[in-house]
Structures are given as structure tokens and as C-alpha cells.
Write a protein of this length. Structure first.
Length: 500
């Protein structure tokens, strides 16, 4: 039998004692190289255009990432240096563009262990401890959400995936018992399944509707109020005036809209959904972190009334992606869609004997032990530790909003709710809407190019807006001031470049 090349001495396989020691050595060396490269950085992004970066990667990897012959340890260390120099540095306090937090060191380290053992939670025998950890993590989250003992849930690769599975369950629950959608598909339906969410809901709703065969136009957007929260009376009206052949499968409330962090009025929406006999799903991908904060938890009042909840621990619990959770008030919901038995994985008699994994809960088969990093984080820091990080980011957002409001060239679009601040640069020399938009867009790209500050961009009522998504609990108010000064300077430079 040919022996595989052991270029990474002394051992090739991670999870035997010698291999584990080698993982330790290699991780030490990789992180040392990465730290060296990080120290030479000047901002959250490399100061390069996309084209310059692509040319650099071509030079660094002349034979691409799958060369015929390997370069051993040195090739790995070179990659670590290049990666740390060229990727985004989310721990830089001037990284504030997306709902993408810097990951916690404890979580990143525990994640190495998940990679080492490579357990999977689909079957009991492919990852027994990981299966037990995920079960307990889900129970802890459903308890925090205020669900009872019938609750269940599953970890997924992201908020989009959690929302997709929630709507899959909603679709199949609404269409039963008339037909088994799983077996026969949607053709021949005499009803048109539809769902209702705020006009500010995440685009993953529309994508899920398309993937579920309902079409994107099955999503009925409901108007939001001046605080960016779905108007309950508009939802009620939409439900009452719907066409006779439309079958509502779900109302979706957003607890933390992507741009504004606004939280739909869950108690009112739950009451309307209940009156109409429709499931309520809460997309708390962003706001779900408030479960860990005594101060912000009241924002989630009413979340326990939902039939299902999406929470992204890779957003407001500082986990390395991926770590999203879909929680169900009644775990029996799984059987409508994915409660699946496969002869080679989880046969009935194994299940009866207690050898069940989590295959029947998930849309995936092989599935990483993501509960490990999450459990390690909370065991190390406690809920209060994680909640305090959200509080710190909330404080930063309040500070940033005050600074923006007081700034002569910046205009606050709306008061922050969680950790985002939406605003606009107001040029000195023009009020023409198209030019103001162009300058705001260009100033953000200028900052990207310089690599000095990473801020977000969005649009409100057709106007380009800038956004700080503050998820660095170690950032200081002086970092906020520095970012706003950078926006001001880049705005002035763009005004000049636009000849206005
Ligand atoms: C409200 C909301 N829902 C869902 C998602 C999708 O999450 P993911 O990127 O993990 O798929 C996001 C992402 O920002 C979000 O803000």
C-alpha cells in the first residue's frame, strides 16, 4: 500500500497524539507568522485595489492553490503571512461595515479542536459528544428565548439557512394535511402560498421563497413605520384583503433589521398571526444576541410567542462563522420536513436503542461540531460576559450617533437601536441628490482603497447611506471619532474629485 507523503513532519493525521502535538506546533508557528504580518498592517483592509490584490495573489501562488508538488511547512507559513497581510482585520477598531464580528480567541481555539477531531453531528457514531453538546446548547437557547420543554432546534450554516428551514417548515405545515409536499412537490396546488414580512426584512426571505418553489413574489412586504418597524395594522389589512386563493404560510417579524437594528413589534404581530391562524417566525439573526444582555433583553419581549426563531451566534455572540441556530417552539415541526431516516445512517432500530444523531433535524448531512466553539465561549465568559460585549457595542453606537448628530458635515438618518448607525455625508458644495449619492458611494470606496476604515453602505428610500456596524467591544470612542474624521476627509477629497 502506498504511504501518503508526510511533508508536514512528523505526522500527517491531526487526531492521533503525535499529530495533535504537530497541530499544536503548526498552529503556534502559523499564528506567530500571522501576528508578524498583522503588526505591519495599517488598517482593517490591505491598502490595495481589488486588481492589485488579485495580481499579488497570482505572484504569491504561481501554480495556484493546487500545485502538483507540495512545498511543506514553509508553504503553509508563507500562506499564513500572506493571508494575515491581505485579509480583512476585523479586530481593527476601524472595521465597521458588516454584521461580521471579530471572532473570540476562545472560540477560534476551540474551533481548532472541532477541525482536529472532525466529528459530524448527523449520526450518533460520527460525533457522540458533539451531538450531546448541540442538544444542550439548543435547550439553553430555547430556555433563554422563553420556550417550554417541547422546544427544539438545530445549528445551521447561517441566518439565511435558518430562515430557509423555518419557511420550509412553515410551508409544509400550512399545506398539510392536504398533500405531502415533500413527496409530490408543489405542482397542481390550487392555492398560492404567501408570506408576510416587513419591507425591511432580510433578502433571504425572498430567496427562500424562490428556493421553496413559491416564487419571490410570494413575499408580501408590509410597510414599516418611521422607526423602521413593521406596522401591525398594515399586516392585518394585508391579511384581510388577500385574494381568496392565497394561503398565508407565515408572518415573519425581524428582531434587528440588517441596517437599522430595528425590532418589529413582536407581541402585536404574534396576536395578529394567531387571530389569522398563521405561524410566526422571528428573524433575530442580528438581535438574538440581546438574549445574553440583561440591559437589551427587554427589546426581545414577545419572542417567545414565535413558532420559530433564527439567531446568529456568528453575529452577536462573536463566533467564527458558521454558527446560526434555528429554534422551534415545538420540535415535532422537524418531522414535517426533515425528520428523515436513512438506512446507512440512522436506521429505526438504532434510534430506538438511543443511537440517534441530528440528521433528522438538518438540511445538511455531514455537519461540523459548531456547538464546541459556542459552548467553550459561554463556559469561559458566561452569558454575562457575552452580554457585556453587546452592551459595549450598543454604548459605542449611542456615542457614534451623538457625534454624527453634532458633526457639521454628517447627518444622522435614524437613532440606533442595537449597534448600527446609519448616516450620510453632507457635501459642502452641492445638494444635488445624484451627486450627493455619488460622493457618499465614492468616499466609502476611497476608504476601502486606502485600507484605513471599513464602513458600510446601504440605501434608504433610494438615497445612498453610510453605516457603522459596531461589533468590536474593545473599540473606544476615540476610534469612532477617528472613523468619522476619516469619512469627513474622504468626503472632502471626493467633492474635489467630482469638481463640485
Ligand atoms: C436580519 C438578517 N437575517 C438574516 C441574515 C443572513 O445571515 P447569514 O449571512 O448568516 O446567512 C442577515 C445577515 O446580515 C440579517 O441581517
Amino acid at each position: 500500500m502506498p504511504v501518503p507523503p508526510t511533508l508536514l513532519e512528523p505526522d500527517l493525521l491531526a487526531a492521533d497524539p503525535a499529530g495533535l502535538a504537530d497541530v499544536g506546533r503548526l498552529v503556534t508557528e502559523i499564528t506567530r507568522e500571522a501576528a508578524g504580518a498583522l503588526r505591519r498592517r495599517t488598517g482593517p483592509l490591505p491598502a490595495q485595489t481589488p486588481r492589485q490584490l488579485a495580481a499579488l495573489v497570482d505572484r504569491q501562488l504561481p501554480d495556484g492553490p493546487i500545485p502538483r508538488h507540495g512545498g511543506g511547512r514553509e508553504a503553509v507559513l508563507a500562506l499564513a503571512r500572506a493571508y494575515a497581510a491581505g485579509t480583512v482585520d476585523l479586530a481593527d477598531p476601524r472595521a465597521a461595515a458588516h454584521l461580521q464580528p471579530p471572532s473570540l480567541s476562545v472560540a477560534a481555539a476551540a474551533d481548532v479542536l472541532a477541525s482536529v477531531f472532525n466529528a459530524s453531528v448527523d449520526t450518533w457514531d460520527s460525533g457522540p459528544y458533539a451531538v450531546e453538546l448541540e442538544r444542550r446548547l439548543i435547550t439553553a437557547l430555547t430556555d433563554l428565548a422563553g420556550y417550554g420543554p417541547a422546544a427544539g432546534g438545530v445549528l445551521t450554516p447561517g441566518g439565511s439557512a435558518s430562515n430557509l428551514q423555518a419557511l420550509l417548515i412553515a410551508r409544509d405545515t400550512a399545506l398539510r394535511p392536504g398533500r405531502d409536499v415533500r413527496a409530490v412537490g408543489l405542482s397542481g396546488l390550487t392555492v398560492r402560498p404567501v408570506l408576510y414580512c416587513s419591507e425591511l426584512a432580510h433578502f433571504s426571505m425572498a430567496r427562500a421563497a424562490a428556493l421553496l418553489g413559491l416564487g419571490e413574489d410570494a413575499v408580501r412586504p408590509v410597510a414599516a413605520d418611521e422607526h423602521h418597524r413593521m406596522r401591525p395594522e398594515e399586516l392585518d389589512r394585508a391579511l384581510r384583503t388577500r385574494a381568496a386563493d392565497e394561503l398565508p404560510i407565515a408572518v415573519v417579524a425581524t428582531a434587528g433589521t440588517t441596517d437599522y437594528g430595528s425590532i418589529d413589534p413582536m407581541p402585536q404581530l404574534a396576536a395578529i398571526a394567531r387571530d389569522h391562524g398563521i405561524r410566526l417566525h422571528v428573524d433575530a439573526a442580528y438581535g438574538g444576541g440581546a438574549l445574553f444582555s440583561a440591559r437589551l433583553r427587554p427589546l426581545l419581549d414577545g419572542i417567545e410567542l414565535a413558532d420559530s426563531i433564527t439567531i446568529d451566534l456568528h453575529k452577536t455572540a462573536w463566533q467564527p462563522a458558521a454558527a446560526s441556530a434555528l429554534l422551534l417552539r415545538d420540535r415535532a415541526g422537524f418531522t414535517t420536513t426533515t425528520g428523515l431516516r436513512v438506512a446507512y445512517l440512522n436506521p429505526e432500530d438504532d434510534g430506538e436503542a438511543g443511537y440517534d444523531g441530528l440528521l433528522g433535524h438538518s438540511l445538511q448531512t455531514t455537519r461540523r461540531a459548531d456547538a464546541l466553539k459556542v459552548a467553550a465561549t459561554f463556559l469561559a465568559l458566561g452569558r454575562e460576559g457575552v452580554g457585556a460585549m453587546l452592551d459595549a457595542c450598543h454604548d459605542l453606537a449611542l456615542h457614534a450617533a451623538r457625534s454624527v448628530a453634532a458633526h457639521p458635515r454628517l447627518e444622522l438618518t435614524t437613532e440606533p437601536v442595537l449597534t448600527t448607525v446609519v448616516f450620510r455625508y453632507r457635501p459642502r458644495t452641492t445638494t444635488d441628490p445624484a451627486t450627493v449619492d455619488a460622493i457618499n458611494g465614492a468616499l466609502r470606496r476611497r476608504l476601502l482603497r486606502e485600507g484605513s476604515a471599513l464602513i458600510g453602505r446601504t440605501e434608504t428610500e433610494g438615497a445612498v447611506q453610510l453605516k457603522l456596524t459596531l461589533l468590536n467591544p474593545q473599540a473606544r470612542t476615540s476610534d469612532i471619532e477617528e472613523m468619522l474624521a476619516a469619512v469627513d476627509a474622504a468626503g472632502a477629497a471626493e467633492e474635489e474629485a467630482h469638481h463640485v
